[in-house]
Design a protein around this ligand. Structure first.
Ligand code: NAI
Length: 326
């Protein structure tokens, strides 16, 4: 049988952690023949809760779960890991300014980036889920100079999946038949879900829908506001769907996306007018354990403006934390 792969999950005691760990242990992340060892990181005060989650993992008797390590030390959590899913982050508390939130998280992701740099496998793949996800991923990448920049990514997949689901319902087609959807930019309400290239069985999705007003006035704002709508309805932020998106993101990255476009926040190569290094959501195709950016797409005035707004926001976030990286 295969050697277990090591998967680190931070924020393991949180609600996304609770939805994520059981699926990883079940083989949903790396395949039904791939044993996993989980390295769980959380803050010292959350370790008793992590132990409770591990008791439940034990009680599932997952055949693929080779072992679990619990720690509050990033270096230990990231030791020899193949995959790191960084979920734990500082949430916005009452009265906290945006700049304070960025700074508090910048400190966390500087420490974790350095720990990854020191102790992770050189082939590690890192997904940042904790918000502000793109900027946190950027900081971790900048703090890990000995790892390739391409090891770091931010999660846009929840936005991608939300967009797919809404488009499929509107066009009355199965979700799995939609191809070539893209989500651009920051994981925030400014991200741009772009249906312009999408197809269903070779036909243009925009023609099947035939309602550009719906795209602009309903679809794009609803994808942006979906997170808030979930909080309003559930009293808590999205957790199972966020965990599912994290699984989709990493699974496709490792095992391939079957020629399909998926959206990932990755360091820009300078294309599409996005300065090099900016952690920006783009469409990619995954194969052989790496991703390739979809190139050569063009933009009309509307889509150009959408990309500009989300890029401006990311540049602002980067400026707010620049002094911490110096
Ligand atoms: P939660 O509050 O239930 O859990 C967060 C966990 O992280 C807690 O157990 C906490 O102790 C831990 N934590 C905090 N700082 C840590 C640190 N420095 N090291 C290790 N662990 C630490 O939050 P939930 O609902 O699980 O969400 C986690 C994050 O994911 C939030 O930042 C949320 O905004 C973000 N999120 C991102 C999405 C995306 O699409 N990118 C979607 C949904 C949520």
């Amino acid at each position: 049988s295969k050697t277990p792969m090591r998967v680190a999950v931070t924020g393991a005691a949180g609600q996304i952690g609770y939805a994520l760990l059981f699926r990883i242990a079940n083989g949903d992340l790396l395949g039904k023949d791939q044993p996993v060892h989980l390295n769980l990181l959380d803050l010292p005060q959350a370790l008793p809760a992590v132990k409770g989650v591990v008791m439940e993992l034990d009680d599932c008797a997952f055949p693929l779960l080779a072992g679990v390590t619990i720690t509050d030390q990033p270096k230990e959590a990231f030791k020899d890991v193949d995959i790191a899913i960084l979920v734990g982050a500082r949430p916005r508390s009452k009265g906290m300014e945006r700049a304070d939130l960025l700074t508090a998280n910048a400190e966390i992701f500087t420490v974790q980036g350095k720990a990854l740099n020191e102790s992770a496998k050189r082939s590690v793949k890192v997904l940042v889920v904790g918000n502000p996800a793109n900027t946190n991923a950027y900081i971790a990448m900048k703090s890990a100079p000995d790892l390739p920049a391409s090891a770091f990514s931010a999660m846009l997949r929840l936005d991608h999946n939300r967009a797919l689901s809404m488009l499929a319902a509107k066009a009355k087609v199965p979700v799995a038949e939609i191809e070539k959807l893209a989500v651009w930019g920051n994981h925030s309400p400014t991200m741009y879900p772009d249906h312009r290239y999408a197809t269903v069985g070779g036909k243009k999705l925009s023609e099947l829908i035939g309602d550009e007003a719906w795209i602009k006035d309903t679809f794009i704002p609803d994808v942006a506001k979906r997170g808030a709508a979930i909080i309003e309805a559930r009293g808590q932020s999205s957790a199972a769907s966020a965990a599912n998106a994290a699984i989709d993101h990493v699974r496709d990255w490792v095992l391939g996306s079957d020629g399909k476009w998926v959206s990932m926040g990755i360091p820009s190569d300078g294309s599409y007018g996005v300065p090099e290094g900016v952690m920006f959501g783009v469409p990619v195709i995954c194969s052989g354990g790496s991703y390739t950016r979809v190139e050569g797409l063009s933009f009309d005035a509307f889509s150009q403006e959408k990309v500009k707004v989300t890029l401006d926001e990311l540049n602002g976030e980067r400026e707010a934390i620049a002094h911490l990286l110096a």
